[in-house]
Design a protein. Sequence first.
Length: 64
Amino acid sequence: MIPPNCISAVADIFPPERRGKAIGWLVSATGISAALGIAIVAFLLSVGGWRLPLHAIGAVTLVV
């Protein structure tokens, strides 16, 4: 349910002439974050075991 809600929020916030670019940034950021996230989790697994990625995600969530 998150991707459709994000796109509808972009459609509500941006004027019609800027919506395409904003949705493009949103979709691009989603793909880049998925690719980088897998690499980062794999690195954290190799450094500290299966618990380190969970602690890292928890820490980032607390900051956000």
